[in-house]
Design a binder for this molecule. Sequence first.
Ligand SMILES: Nc1ncnc2c1ncn2[C@@H]1O[C@H](COP(=O)(O)OP(=O)(O)OP(=O)(O)O)[C@@H](O)[C@H]1O
Ligand SMILES: [Mg+2]
Length: 362
Amino acid sequence: MADDLTIGTLLDSESAASARILASKLNRHTFWCGQSGSGKTYALGVALEQILLHTRLPLVILDPNSDFVRLPDMREDAPAAAAAELASRDIRVRRSTAGEGEPLRARFLSLPLRSRAAILQIDPLLDADDYNTMLRMETDIHLLPDHDLVAFIRSHPDRVRHKLAMRLENLGVAQWKLWAWGQRSVTDDIDDMPDATVVDLGGFATPPESRAAALAVLDHLWENREQRIGRLIVIDEAHNLCTPDPVTPVEKLLTERIVQIAAEGRKYGLWLLLSTQRPSKVHQNALSQCDNLALMRMSSPRDLAEIAEVFGYAPESLLERSPGFAQGQALFAGGFVDQPSLVQMGARLTREGGTDVKVPLR
Ligand SMILES: Nc1ncnc2c1ncn2[C@@H]1O[C@H](COP(=O)(O)OP(=O)(O)OP(=O)(O)O)[C@@H](O)[C@H]1O
Ligand SMILES: [Mg+2]
């Protein structure tokens, strides 16, 4: 049993000593930050590979840019033994890009009422009739068919139900590819407890559909929190889902849910790993709950000052080196390292999804 996960080498060590994080301390929340191109997603991949290799901690990866969809694919230059071991892990990738792999689906009717109402932009007070109809439909929700919901609602004499059907159609929600309509949902995969579930949010036609998919996953994990299964919920580009300034009803629910998991999830085994470019882009109440910090290159003094203020356990003398970091260099601080240290991240074993677009040369 290995508690130490080797993620690279120590920067200030002449002998290039191994840099390690403590797997046992992933039972708290982690913040992973750095400006665009600093190497967050790549480095996150290195850490996730080590978690997959050395722990049984199930990963749920919310992947807005389809960066982790190739996590099951090994690089040709990966060391053979580690690659063979990693290849034996149960990594399920659920895709939102049409025609690519196993589709990402969720069940509309399994969502909590508040989430369904938010997707349909129904406010409990401003749209009291509609919301109340949804509320009253809850009693016979088990009778609703998993397919052709719109036709079913229309077949009922109640006019407010017809309005609901119209909303489903007018907002285009009824046509979303996300809905499982009787087929397997991504939550069924998560319940199977694979080593990792990659939830590809990058291929949907519109942001609302992508956010609804994330909400379906987070609601499911929260609703089943009493099972107390330790899970690491990785959210890359966390500003998409946990913005301090949510606008739409679904954005508000997402931020609320993530802040709630940040505040109360730890004791239920719901541990967050939030990755983003700037600390101010993620809600303060999620940020302030993070006991582990990985900081990559960050040249903005304002952002660094905020990091110093929120993460008091990161020494200023190391924080101020961040603007000089090369790609793949990071400061690790907090519970998951023995002591704050500067790290050169190691090489990935698995392939990346979308890599940077190159400038074409003549
Ligand atoms: N340690 C590394 N070794 C080799 N290549 C790397 C390393 N870190 C990053 N890269 C490459 O640099 C590019 C940018 O890295 P990455 O996508 O991880 O940045 P990022 O911080 O996640 O940026 P963004 O915030 O825009 O998502 C990628 O093409 C990646 O393959
Ligand atoms: Mg990235």
